[in-house]
Ligand binder design. Structure first.
Ligand SMILES: [Zn+2]
Length: 96
């Protein structure tokens, strides 16, 4: 499965800028600097979305997964979602 997009988490909002601003001046400097280093390793959005969609051997496949990597130390807020579907392509679709 390929990593296709990062977007905003529907549970926590994944608002890194707001979290960073709220932390500034309210936590020890070393902790704030550690927070900035952790955040710099990720895109600003926290919801990683991956999907695949394809036809193979007369069957249609779609797979989607999303997982939040926001929250404390980017360990995720707990939100995740997965959808998979597979079905045979109708035989009429194969005729020219
Ligand atoms: Zn989240």
């Amino acid at each position: 499965m390929s990593a296709d997009r990062w977007s905003k988490c529907p549970r926590c909002g994944g608002d890194v800028d707001t979290r960073r601003s709220a932390a500034y001046g309210t936590i020890p400097r070393e902790e704030y600097e550690r927070l900035i280093r952790v955040e710099a390793a990720y895109p600003p959005e926290t919801l990683r979305e991956d999907w695949e969609i394809f036809l193979r051997d007369g069957r249609f496949y779609v797979s989607y997964g999303a997982m939040c990597l926001g929250g404390e130390d980017r360990k995720g807020c707990g939100f995740s979602f997965e959808f998979k579907h597979e079905e045979a392509v109708p035989s009429g679709a194969w005729k020219p």
